[in-house]
Design a binder for this molecule. Structure first.
Ligand code: FAD
Length: 395
């Protein structure tokens, strides 16, 4: 392989380029990114960057020293795998080996496209537009009580805004966590002075207000929509590269796509998890760190293990540090470890006797120990798991 081209200069793209050099790849590496900014990290956008506590979150990577050719502000419009060529507005780009790392884009609220005062939170530009909105301390309506909605609400409260979160489901994080686990998290909203309205569907956004389908009007100086993200793969339609049910690139257990010499990694791709027996589409930072190492190892010709991580993510919301490792299904057995009304607790999920997932609130040690037990697939003693005073270890 002489020339590797990586499309998308976010976490997964940058880590792929860096991992190639770390693993000794000596050919050309070109990184194409649609955004004009120096590549940056996204998690701080809903935290320090939003509050102006950090100017930006550019990656600390010396691309020049690593011999990585960075082409920013260059959006890729299509790919012709047969010809090993990409298309851009300024001409084609040939590759020997291609890595797709275009991440995800936020889902818009229907009917709000171009409506002034309606914001998304995915990019540095979004965060910079929202910073003065927070500083004006307007009434803010957040649509969606997911991870982004909770983190944005946290920042907006800290900035002194009045915040209402409207959620169509009966609870926050309905797609991610069972009702029993979301219940104590619901109380966090009220404790922080955030109004949470569940079963609330947005009918339309007017100037200065959000109108719900029950007719109620919520004053809104600004609206922030956090209703999920979908893989940024529209540009791959018609290329012949297989896309899955969520529009994601379907990768195999070495992160290869259906086209020869094309890999996919990060938020844009799903992979078959041997560990969990299903295909996973992970939209979290750690996956964009780990996946690139597998891709790079494949490219430099090593025979890496199948990509089968224990997924991990964290969230900082309402003064709490929330961490999750693994992947659970509704049939798995849930075990509480600690008092959900308290400041720190953990929830464990067992499949038969094995720990397969864990959510830790303010208990980073549980997370670290649990993650290793999940990786090892060690049988557990449920009684000991339930005792928050005893360390998480094998039965
Ligand atoms: P992205 O970061 O989306 O990068 C993809 C890049 O590709 C983008 O820069 C995009 O402009 C570019 N691109 C797209 N299409 C094209 C094209 N056609 N041509 C050229 N370039 C293109 N995860 C956690 O685990 N914990 C957190 O606390 C956390 N907080 C977050 C907070 C926010 C506000 C956001 C938005 C995400 C957060 N995440 C968090 C998720 C995490 O940031 C993502 O999982 C991670 O950024 C995925 O990296 P990626 O490189 O796959 O995709």
């Amino acid at each position: 392989v002489r020339r590797v081209v990586v499309v998308g200069a976010g976490m997964a793209g940058v880590q792929t380029a860096v991992a190639l050099r770390e693993q000794g790849f000596a050919g050309d590496v070109t990184l194409l990114g649609a955004e004009p900014h120096q590549p940056y990290d996204r998690p701080p956008l809903s935290k320090a960057v939003l509050l102006g506590k950090a100017e930006g979150s550019a990656f600390d990577v010396d691309f020049e020293a690593l011999g990585i050719e960075l082409q920013l502000g260059r959006e890729v419009l299509g790919v012709r795998p047969g010809e090993h060529e990409l298309d851009t507005a300024t001409g084609p780009v040939p590759y020997d080996l291609l890595v797709l790392a275009t991440g995800a884009e936020p889902i818009r609220l229907p009917g709000t496209e171009g409506v002034p005062g309606v914001h998304l939170l995915r990019t540095l530009d979004d965060a910079e537009r929202l910073r003065p909105v927070l500083a004006r301390q307007h009434d803010i309506v957040v649509v969606g009580a997911g991870w982004i909605g909770a983190e944005f609400a946290t920042a907006a409260r800290e900035a002194g805004c009045a915040v209402t979160v409207v959620e169509a489901a009966d609870r926050p994080l309905a797609g991610a966590l069972p009702a029993e686990v979301a219940a104590p998290m619901t109380a966090w909203y009220a404790d922080s002075g955030t109004t949470l309205r569940t079963h609330a569907r947005v009918e339309r956004v007017e100037s200065g207000a959000v109108v719900l389908d029950d007719g109620s009007r919520i004053p809104a100086g600004a609206v922030v929509v956090g209703i999920g993200a979908r893989p940024a793969t529209a540009w791959l339609k018609g290329s012949g590269i297989e896309l899955g049910v969520y529009g994601e690139v379907v990768a195999d257990d070495h992160l290869r796509t259906s086209a020869p010499d094309v890999y996919a990694v990060g938020d844009c791709a799903s992979f078959p998890s041997g560990r969990y027996g299903e295909r996973l589409l992970v939209h979290h930072w750690d996956n964009a760190l780990q996946g690139p190492r597998t891709v790079a190892a494949n490219i430099v010709g090593e025979t890496p293990e199948p990509y089968d991580p224990v997924p991990y993510f964290w969230s900082e919301q309402f003064g709490r540090f929330v961490q999750y490792a693994g992947h659970h299904a509704s049939a798995d057995t849930l075990i509480w470890r600690g008092d959900p009304a308290g400041a720190a607790w953990t929830v464990c999920w067992l499949r038969e006797t094995r720990l397969i997932a864990l959510l830790a609130v303010g208990r980073p040690r549980d997370l670290a120990q649990g993650r290793r037990l999940i990786e090892a697939g060690t049988p557990m003693n449920p009684d000991r798991l339930a005792d928050p005073a005893s360390p998480l270890k094998a039965a």
